[in-house]
Design a protein around this ligand. Structure first.
Ligand code: SF4
Length: 376
């Protein structure tokens, strides 16, 4: 739900102060929004993204530069593959959409590819909305929107998003298409990469649903998207339908939470600022004033991962061992607590995690021929 105008303005002002004087906001893209959903409990990431802080620059200023970014070679290869998939008016791409998602429709012999050129992101988003409306009003035709521009309300201001393609089916429904350069081997791709692509596509689905909601009747935005990748080790396109309902629900919840980043902002000490111009010590204490929930997954999703991992390790937090280990350990949140519980020095023996740790410690001691400490 959009914020009331004055409240939204006050929040924007507050977020600008957090970013620092004269620091331009970094636009949120679908990848960043999708990464938010990968760690939904992290307030640190939520406020930094909501304030438009450039986390890569911030990580460097903190002395823990991120290892993010695509190599120039991978970038060029990805662009060449996408151009191949879309050549001849998107004939191959539309064939794949028909084959994987809409076999009962007429094959896409003739398709519309509207011109989406306009000035600025707002202009392009308006042009895309018009093209979608016109395509939906022309039943029985296939329409390919190449690099449309979508706007999604995030924390009271629009984030502009550019999917690889959106296809309007003959029945007027809309499908998001994601084109990736990682290979699909024997019909399956790396699950981690497919998961990231699904989260990204879910953001586009949410943005498309906002466009659809303004039409009457609202067209159906499909929740199965098309993921197009190179087949095996070739450059031949192949595709798979990916159900993004779960990712859409998680990301939708996260975005709703992002619009309440004012709650996180209100908890911060007066004068908190994340400007990279600040001395490292001051910047570190500003970043540390926001609670974080580090997990190893952050390494592939967030620019601050090295900083948060170092802090988490220094604090002996068990989150550095992964979410599943963290969940198994119940209320034991530090390595020190875990070891003390295993040695029988602390912890409730009725607690299943403590009991399991003591059993494991006894077995270890027996295996090593050490003296077994009786449980207390
Ligand atoms: S790296 Fe840090 S800021 Fe980023 S999501 Fe993980 S815990 Fe949050």
């Amino acid at each position: 739900m959009p914020l009331p105008r004055t409240r939204g303005k006050a929040l924007r002002q507050r977020l600008a102060e957090l970013r620092g004087p004269d620091v331009p906001p970094k636009a949120l893209d679908a990848r960043a929004l999708a990464a938010l959903a990968a760690n939904p409990g992290c307030q640190r990431r939520a406020i930094l993204d909501g304030a438009g802080v450039n986390k890569a620059v911030l990580a460097s200023a903190l002395g823990s530069p991120s290892a993010f970014g695509q190599s120039q070679f991978a970038f060029t290869r990805g662009n060449a593959f996408e151009a191949k998939v879309k050549r001849d008016g998107g004939a191959e791409l539309l064939r794949l959409v028909h084959e994987k998602l809409d076999r009962h429709a007429e094959p896409p012999a003739e398709a519309q590819v509207p011109d989406l050129l306009a000035t600025g992101p707002e202009g392009r988003a308006a042009r895309t909305a018009l093209a979608l409306r016109e395509a939906t009003a022309a039943p029985g035709t296939w329409t390919l929107l190449d690099h449309p521009m979508l706007a999604l309300d995030v924390a009271g201001s629009p984030a502009f998003l550019e999917p690889d393609a959106v296809v309007v089916h003959p029945d007027g429904s809309w499908t998001v298409v994601e084109i990736k350069s990682f290979p699909m081997l024997d019909g399956a791709a790396d699950p981690a990469k497919v998961g990231a692509a699904a989260r990204q596509a879910a953001v586009y689905v949410l943005a498309l649903e906002e466009v659809a909601a303004r039409l009457d009747p609202a067209p159906r935005v499909r929740h199965r998207i098309l993921l197009v990748c190179p087949k095996d080790f070739s450059n031949v396109p192949t595709a798979s339908a990916v159900d993004v309902r779960k990712q859409r629900a998680v990301t939708g919840r996260q975005l709703a939470r992002l619009t309440r980043i004012e709650d996180i902002a209100d908890m911060l000490p007066e004068g908190t600022c994340f400007s990279p111009e600040l001395p490292a010590a001051e910047l570190t204490s500003a970043v540390e004033s926001v609670p974080a929930t580090y997990a190893p997954e952050c390494l592939s999703a967030c620019e601050l991962a090295f900083h948060c991992r170092d802090r988490s390790r220094a604090a002996g937090a068990v989150t550095t061992l992964g979410r599943s280990v963290r969940a198994e350990l119940g209320g034991l949140s530090t390595v020190e607590d875990v070891l003390a519980a295993a040695r029988g020095e602390s912890g409730d023996p009725e607690d299943p995690a403590v009991a399991a740790l003591r059993r494991a410690a006894r077995l270890r001691a027996q295996a090593l021929g050490q003296e077994v400490t009786p449980c207390r």
